[in-house]
Design a protein around this ligand. Structure first.
Ligand SMILES: [Zn+2]
Length: 120
């Protein structure tokens, strides 16, 4: 099985029945991340059969939805900016952190089945 429209940020294919088509391993590998219509360029009948398969299962490719595309593009940019802001803050925090030495060496890690020593 292969995704006619690849599952990627750009192509927005979905893991749904209407987007799943049978494929041999060789064709699946060769198609890779290409859109099915790109991969099957010049093979109108096969493209039409996949489109009919999508329609039969009520699959509507998301990339054709301009409003959704805009929302996703904006969300992707904003999430990227937030991630950059927080990694910058966290990096600065960790860089400026005072190096505190422990007063005593830390105890050895507990071994499963061991009993607490009398000093505890
Ligand atoms: Zn094949």
């Amino acid at each position: 099985m292969d995704h006619a429209i690849p599952i990627s940020k750009r192509a927005l294919g979905e893991h749904r029945l209407g987007n799943l088509v049978p494929s041999c391993a060789a064709c699946n590998g060769e198609k890779g991340e290409k859109h099915f219509a790109t991969f099957l360029a010049g093979q109108a009948e096969r493209i039409a059969r996949i489109k009919a398969h999508m329609a039969r299962h009520g699959y509507q490719p998301l990339a054709n939805n301009k409003a959704l595309r805009q929302v996703l593009d904006t969300a992707y940019k904003e999430v990227g900016q937030i991630a950059t802001r927080y990694t910058t803050i966290i990096d600065a925090l960790l860089r400026d952190r005072p190096q505190v030495r422990p007063l005593r060496p830390s105890p050895p890690p507990a071994v499963s089945g061991s009993r607490p020593s009398p000093a505890d």
